[in-house]
Design a protein around this ligand. Structure first.
Ligand code: FAD
Length: 399
């Protein structure tokens, strides 16, 4: 608690971004309240691999390591991918990355969202000695926010009122808090749904993340520890509905064909789920004593697996600024601190979101000149060492 019995910081939303933020703050010595409306489903090693997985870049793994949870993730269930292959259904050329060429053990890891949330919540419940504390309010829904000059008042659905010097909204792409704060968004509805499932393949996945661009949306095969692949198949809305309705053998046949049978026939699938895809960029990342973080600030197309990685970069940036303010006895909700956070993160997030949008538009096009240019671009990027290295650095979060 800080002055007048206020909390120092309230984080709303305990998905992966909000939980990581709360943990970073606790480890920096802050007392934090973390408010989450949905009780998380627990993760057990004996469970089937959760349908929602993310590709984590090395800088995200490094952050989780600094937060003391990465070893637990690796020990539980994470699949390192050592190679990437990207190609186009309509043009020749292929872009490939190999961790060995970069002198690294892995290009990234495929991890279940639920496992990440599970280890982060575990760490929040057992902070290291000398750290601050986390008060986990769950299930509890924030229904109103009053962003005042000297503090933020937060009202929960059960009538509880919290007051803090800083509110961090990590409440996801629909972010009710962002709406209450009157922060607008720039949106693009892709008119696509991402179909996700875990599939068995005739041949081994070779610890490789595969992506084929095709008209209508990209198809990714991400390697899982148990030898299967997790697919993310973006399709126009109507076609996604058709795919979900197909019987299993028809779905497996279409999927194999869409993947060029790179791993032979597709032999099995778990139930399929679909997620609507939208680009949504908040016009501000901070206002008054409130900051936006993760999907609340930027929801992007999953084609390069960057969404959560960007959210964890927000966490690193804001946590570092707040830790510095804490050491100086400064105000965590100070306008200059939040302005700096906004300046640093909004430009990178906007660049990433627009870049991914451009890739989606150009690889979705069937116009011949564009097809020819992107075939050339893929081949050039693959052959030009420095450019390829730069692309690899960007994907790894090292730029
Ligand atoms: C198909 C697909 C594949 C993807 N693949 C990747 C990938 O490979 N790599 C990658 O980096 N990213 C990927 N992403 C993106 C990634 O999943 C998201 O960026 C990430 O999950 C967002 O995390 P978050 O914590 O910001 O938000 P969320 O996970 O949405 O969490 C928000 C939390 O806030 C809570 N909440 C909301 N409102 C309130 C309220 N009023 N009061 C209290 N709590 C509230 C919600 O219950 C929720 O738990 C993918 C996305 C999709 C759809």
């Amino acid at each position: 608690m800080s002055r007048r019995g206020e909390l120092e910081i309230v984080v709303v939303g305990a998905g992966v971004a909000g939980s990581a933020m709360a943990l970073a703050l606790v480890r920096a010595g802050f007392d934090v309240a973390l408010v989450e409306s949905r009780p998380p489903s627990r993760w057990h090693a004996a469970d089937e691999v959760d349908p929602r997985v993310v590709a984590l870049a090395p800088d995200s793994a490094a952050l989780l390591d600094e937060l003391g949870v990465w070893r637990a993730v690796l020990a539980a269930r994470a699949s390192a991918y050592r190679r990437m292959r990207v190609w186009d259904a309509l043009a020749p050329g292929e872009l490939s990355f190999d961790a060995a060429d970069r002198g690294e053990a892995a290009l990234g890891w495929i991890v279940e969202n639920r496992l990440l949330q599970h280890v982060l919540w575990g760490a929040l419940n057992a902070p290291p000695e000398g750290a601050g504390s986390a008060r986990l309010l769950c299930p509890a829904e924030v229904v109103a926010v009053d962003n005042e000059a000297d503090g933020v008042a937060v009202e929960l659905a059960d009538g509880t009122r919290l007051r803090a010097r800083l509110l961090i909204a990590a409440d996801g792409a629909a972010s009710p808090i962002r709406q209450q704060l009157g922060i607008g968004t720039r949106d693009r509805d892709y008119g696509q749904r991402a179909i996700v499932a875990h599939v068995g393949t005739e041949r081994a996945h070779e610890a490789t993340a595969w992506q084929r661009f095709q008209p209508g949306g990209p198809l990714a095969f991400l390697p899982l520890v148990d030898g299967r692949c997790s697919i993310v198949w973006s399709r126009p809305d109507a076609d996604a509905a058709r795919m979900l309705a197909l019987d299993e053998s028809a779905f497996l046949a279409e999927l194999g064909c869409a993947f060029d049978f790179r791993l032979g026939a597709i032999t099995s699938t778990t139930p399929r789920y679909a997620f609507p895809l939208k680009l949504r960029l908040a016009e501000r990342h901070a206002i008054g004593r409130c900051a936006l973080l993760g999907d609340a600030a930027h929801a992007v197309h999953p084609l390069a697996g960057q969404g959560l990685n960007l959210g964890l970069r927000d966490v690193r940036c804001l946590a570092a600024l707040l830790a510095r303010a804490q050491q100086r006895g400064g105000d965590p909700g100070a306008a200059n601190l939040l302005r700096r956070y906004e300046r640093e993160r909004r430009s990178e997030n906007t660049l990433a979101a627009r870049g991914l949008d451009l890739i989606e538009r150009s690889f979705g096009s069937e116009a011949m000149p564009i097809v020819a240019v992107r075939g050339l671009a893929l081949s050039l990027a693959d052959r030009l060492g420095p450019l390829k290295h730069l692309l690899g650095d960007a994907a790894a979060g090292r730029l």
